[in-house]
Ligand binder design. Sequence first.
Ligand code: IMP
Length: 203
Amino acid sequence: MQLVLATNNKDKIREIRNLLDDLQVTILTCDDFLDFPEIEETGTTLEENAILKASGISEFTGYAALADDSGLEVDALDGAPGVYSSRYAGSGCTYADNNRRLLKEMEGVPEGKRGARFRTVIAIDWGDGEIETVEGTVDGRITTENRGVDGFGYDPVFFYEPAGKTFAEMTLDEKNKVSHRGRALIAARERIARRLIGGIELE
Ligand code: IMP
């Protein structure tokens, strides 16, 4: 089976390759194709965007394709920033800008109402008309200030209770074991393994 990863992000590519290492799957990436397109994320949900990317890349390459989309959903903000997580503070903003805006929006929200979760949706377009999606989530709480220097994005403001630390205070290994992306990838791995056992031939 050939599976194209619909991302240019080298860290994601490494993580996915690592997780699918022992399966009979040839992983292809943007480096294997000329003029690999960047699919615009025009959807209004994580699921829509993941499907848009997987299907766009499957159509372009003719192979099965896997794509992910993630976001932070904050209860007190009715699920915002959600699908707009990367551009919460405006287009071209930095992670620090997003965290600043989030902490401002959360000013005055009491400890017990600061619940949030990271969510990842992974879509696999099998290239034969079938599309599957799986998801992974991790629950936490929004802090009142940045804590920690590791990680990226909202990690410094996402407190993970079982570890007693923010994601930015955890090592990458610690975070990957419990993260939304890690959990979604494990679910995707099961779907891929099931498809292989089913013996369905792709391209
Ligand atoms: P993407 O779909 O993985 O590119 O994630 C979209 C946005 O969600 C990122 O730009 C971050 O702002 C946020 N995000 C996703 N995953 C994480 C994470 O593990 N830690 C912190 N922020 C994240």
